[in-house]
Design a protein around this ligand. Structure first.
Ligand code: CA
Length: 219
């Protein structure tokens, strides 16, 4: 699990970062809205932890932008009670959950895991399916016990397909999850990555559902 943490408070941000790392999750920490947007455009994340009061704007702008772009990335808002009541009643903004400051780090971790399970059916440990194993925290993949060399994009594709199995994953969702913005615009980028990945995992593991997307069947 790669988590994007957006929090301008140094002590709190650092405490959260360490707690996430200690529980085996990857975290990228930024303190400004502008840097968060750059991260979202360039890198792949599984979940966003978002403070609302940021030095260069309101965190809700980011949630609205994500939803406008129809990105399904889960967002957990971290905010003071006042900000919550003023601006966030009923989670109308498109956020998935919120936590009121001050909160215990244990509570934060349990919300993160719950949100990850709800969104992906998986909370950051090891995924195993059809002889493939993925250590999401360590970014390691193996096939029938042998290490499997995959690129960052291929790893993300495998992760999403394995997390969602036996559901079909749409091309759009795969592009969102696995390709940087710059590549997502190239119409055949996904096909190229998928062809390379299939060569590595062997024929018959990743099935094409014509006109919809791809799936890894359970057996
Ligand atoms: Ca703040």
């Amino acid at each position: 699990m790669d988590i994007l943490l957006i929090e301008d408070d140094l002590d709190l941000g650092n405490g959260i970062r360490i707690a996430l790392l200690d529980s085996g999750l990857d975290v990228t920490w930024v303190r400004r809205l502008q840097d968060a947007q750059r991260q979202l455009d360039q890198a792949m994340h599984d979940l966003v932890l978002l403070d609302l009061g940021l030095p260069d704007g309101d965190g809700l702008q980011l949630v609205q932008r994500l939803r406008r772009d129809r990105r399904a990335l889960p967002v957990l808002i971290l905010t003071a009670r006042d900000a919550l009541e003023d601006r966030l009643l009923g989670l109308d903004s498109g956020a998935d959950d919120y936590l009121v400051k001050p909160f215990a780090l244990a509570e934060l971790l349990s919300r993160v895991r719950a949100l990850a399970r709800r969104s992906y059916g998986f909370d950051g440990g090891t995924l195993a399916l059809r002889g493939l194993a993925l250590d999401a925290a360590g970014h390691r993949a193996s096939l029938h016990g042998q290490p499997l060399e995959v690129t960052a994009s291929e790893f993300q594709l495998l992760k999403v397909l394995m997390m969602r199995s036996p559901k079909v994953v749409t091309r759009r969702a795969l592009e969102d999850a696995a390709l940087p913005r710059s590549q997502a615009n190239a119409s055949n980028a996904l096909d190229v990555h998928m062809a390379n990945l299939r060569r590595k995992v062997g024929e018959g593991v990743i099935r094409t559902v014509r006109g919809v997307g791809y799936v890894i069947d359970q057996a």
